[in-house]
Ligand binder design. Structure first.
Ligand SMILES: *Cc1c(COP(=O)(O)O)cnc(C)c1O
Ligand SMILES: [Zn+2]
Length: 448
């Protein structure tokens, strides 16, 4: 019945496959408990003949939906009427070719591109997802919402909630959130609750809170959010003059992006809008490397949707047995129980993806290189360049392949990590300030 609509929600478990109307507010399949996807009856949607036709919308930028870097592609995420759509100018991002960063990663000139998602209104890629999920929240007439967050989700939720009149509550782990992000949640007016625990604890609590109080959940379990995040890939293709790169490199935290990106490419290929699907590299931090460990060591695979649940259960039991709590300077990816794991497995299958983990030292050095030669980014984003460099050294990626790295957050999100790196001489590229007396001759002697 729902499947006759333009869009509907569908369980990703092939043994279940239940479908639901988009008007229903669900976080997981009520039948089997698995994740939900948004699916479309494409034959009921009028699509452009080719992707480059979307460029015509640039000419109509006085319409906020055409100005938005998400809704410009609205035909590919057609789940709600225009009258419900919430936009604050998200997705005005830059795809920058960067030869100096390419050199650091041993990639040939002209082949490396950086996708700056930190240029979004709240300073991270999360806005791509929030514009979509808040539009759904308006469609179902939600009045109050909540999320668990490592920081950027709370900043984005707080911003979108106040611009469309919803009350927002955000749950964060005490001491686990970068100052830039915490300042945003408070400044944008969200009720901010600090829990004595890590992100995974917050995630478990928010699920309970939302079902008990009937709040609208905005974590990436929300399948509408992932529909918005697909557009990051459309903009990369747009930035490459409607060509597909060879590789997408993305940091892996709760695995919403990697899940959304694989879905985006799968749909574009199915619709005949692209000819091939790029490969993907998903980069964890070594202190929060659940995905990498499960894929590379425990041989977990999508297996046409018949995922071996025992491997996952045993793995998580092992983490609990040793009281494991994830730790990395890249707080945005400090997650040990990624909620989108199974959708990510599907993306790994679609994109023939690889997973790697990089150390905090590698992340911080890569971040300094992106700062010195590019527009800068926050630590989690720099995991992409650190991972790329290692994959290049391993020979998995060739020096002349065309690569797009998704820089997920703005450099000002986490000033503490940056200041410590430079001031305390923590890495190869530290650029510490020099102490000088208040004396012109002494100052001039120091300038070289
Ligand atoms: C949320 C976030 C991530 C993690 O993305 P997932 O989609 O959860 O894997 C990475 N970097 C930044 C800056 C983030 O805010
Ligand atoms: Zn189901």
């Amino acid at each position: 019945m729902s499947a006759s609509n333009i869009a509907f929600q569908k369980c990703i478990n092939p043994d279940c496959g239940a479908d639901f109307d988009c008007g229903q507010v669900l976080f997981k399949c009520p039948t089997c408990g698995e994740l939900l996807d948004i699916q479309y009856n494409w034959d009921k949607i009028k699509l452009p003949g080719k992707l480059s036709d979307f460029a015509k919308r640039w000419a109509n930028r006085a319409n906020p939906l055409d100005f938005s870097g998400v809704w410009r592609f609205r035909d590919l995420l057609n789940f709600c009427d225009d009258k419900y759509k919430v936009t604050i100018g998200e997705g005005q991002t830059i795809l920058q070719q960067n030869d100096a960063v390419a050199q650091y990663a041993d990639i040939k000139p002209g082949r490396l591109y950086l996708q700056y998602e930190g240029l979004n209104p709240s300073g991270s890629f999360k806005d791509n997802g929030m514009t979509a999920s808040f539009s759904h929240a308006k469609m179902v007439a939600a009045t109050s919402c909540a999320c668990a967050s490592t920081g950027n989700t709370s900043a984005s939720v707080a911003l979108y909630a106040h611009s469309c009149g919803l009350k927002a509550t955000v749950l964060i782990g005490s001491g686990r959130i970068a100052f830039g992000k915490l300042s945003q949640a408070m400044d944008y007016g969200a009720q901010t609750i600090q829990i004595n625990g890590d992100f995974d604890d917050c995630m478990r609590q928010v699920l309970d809170v939302c079902s008990r109080l009937g709040l609208y959940l905005l974590n990436s379990l929300n399948p509408f959010r992932l529909e918005g995040q697909k557009t990051i890939m459309y903009r990369i293709i747009e930035g490459l003059r409607w060509e597909v790169p060879d590789w997408i490199v993305v940091p892996g935290g709760n695995l919403g992006n990697s899940s959304a990106f694989g879905k985006a490419f799968y749909e574009l290929k199915q619709l005949g809008l692209i000819e091939r699907i790029p490969r993907m590299a998903i980069i964890n931090a070594t202190g929060a490397d659940t995905l990498t460990d499960l894929i590379n060591n425990k041989k977990l695979t999508w297996n046409n949707g018949k995922v071996n649940q025992k491997i996952i259960d045993d793995y998580y039991a092992g983490l609990s047995a040793r009281n494991f709590s994830p730790h990395t300077c890249a707080s945005a990816i400090e997650i040990a129980h990624p909620v989108n794991l199974k959708k990510c497995l599907r993306s790994i299958d679609i994109c023939n993806a690889v997973c790697r983990a990089v150390t905090d030292e590698e992340i911080l050095d890569a971040k300094a290189i992106i700062g010195r030669h590019g527009l800068g980014c926050e630590p989690a984003s720099a995991a992409t360049i650190a991972g790329l460099r290692n994959l290049r050294a391993e020979g998995v990626i060739d020096a002349d392949e065309r690569i797009a790295c998704v820089l997920t957050g703005h450099p000002l999100k986490d000033p503490n990590v940056t200041v410590n790196y430079h001031k305390e001489n923590q890495g190869q590229f530290s650029n510490p300030p020099i102490e000088a007396p208040n004396d012109i001759d002494e100052i001039i002697k120091l300038i070289n």
